[in-house]
Design a protein. Structure first.
Length: 150
């Protein structure tokens, strides 16, 4: 079974109420080969919500208490991001998941680059909070680009 970021299968869960559904991933859901989850909604955040970025580090630093996640209005949403990561890990541990495909560049789901905390559209090397927790639990996380190119 595959776990996919909800926004990648067409669910309108992005911070701006949008989605980035891909027909190839939606097909996996329709065939019963995949389930989906949105860590930020699992963490208690709503749609739409203020955009958020990780300040002074990446998802690993957030888990270690060395960095935080803040919205563009400077509201600290770190606890919700960590809660969502833990809820996503719980799904992985209770379902028979062997592949994880999470949305690139997200402060929750990114697996290679994330936005740099300046809300200027600039990316930096690093992973999102959920991806960091999954990696720490020995779980490999692919982005949608990784999955399609593999
Ligand atoms: Fe939810 Fe992750 Fe998609 Fe953001 S990138 S909307 S947290 S599934």
């Amino acid at each position: 079974m595959i776990l996919i970021s909800s926004c990648l299968i067409g669910a309108y869960v992005r911070y701006d109420g949008g989605s980035q559904g891909d027909t190839r991933l939606i097909e996996l859901i329709n065939e019963g080969k995949a389930i989906h989850a949105c860590p930020e909604l699992l963490g208690g955040l709503n749609v739409p919500r203020e955009p958020a970025e990780i300040i002074d580090g990446d998802g690993f630093d957030v888990l270690d208490g060395q960095a935080k996640v803040v919205t563009v209005d400077n509201k600290d949403v770190t606890a919700a991001f960590v809660k969502g990561a833990e809820a996503t890990l719980k799904i992985l541990l209770t379902e028979n998941i062997d592949t994880v495909i999470l949305k690139a560049n997200s402060p929750s789901c990114g697996n290679d680059q994330i936005y740099d905390g300046t809300f200027s559209g600039t990316k930096k090397q690093g992973v999102g909070v959920t991806t960091a927790l999954l990696i720490r639990n020995g779980i490999k996380v692919l982005s949608e680009q990784d999955y399609f190119s593999s």
